[in-house]
Design a protein around this ligand. Structure first.
Ligand code: ZN
Length: 81
């Protein structure tokens, strides 16, 4: 094994390295507001609950099931009042 000293930021050549930082400072995944430390990456417990609810509703269900369509009872998706 030879040690390679890589430059700070090698040019982004075409092709994916498969390295994607997850904890990027972005907005809340639910409402795009600045995330709160206590609820990161969400901006509030409410948004964390919303995201969790989506999981339970099957919005993030893993593909590969036998065409099982999971449709939430209510049609309200991103609607928050
Ligand atoms: Zn939010």
């Amino acid at each position: 094994m030879s040690k390679k000293v890589t430059p700070l930021n090698p040019p982004n050549h075409s092709g994916s390295d498969g390295i994607k930082p997850k904890a990027v400072k972005r907005g809340c995944p639910v409402c795009k507001n600045p995330p709160h430390d206590a609820f990161a990456p969400f901006c509030s417990k409410r948004c964390a609950d919303v995201d969790l609810g989506r999981w339970f509703n099957g919005a993030y269900s893993i593909a590969g099931q036998d065409g099982e369509a999971v449709v939430p009872a209510n049609d309200r998706d991103d609607e928050l009042d």
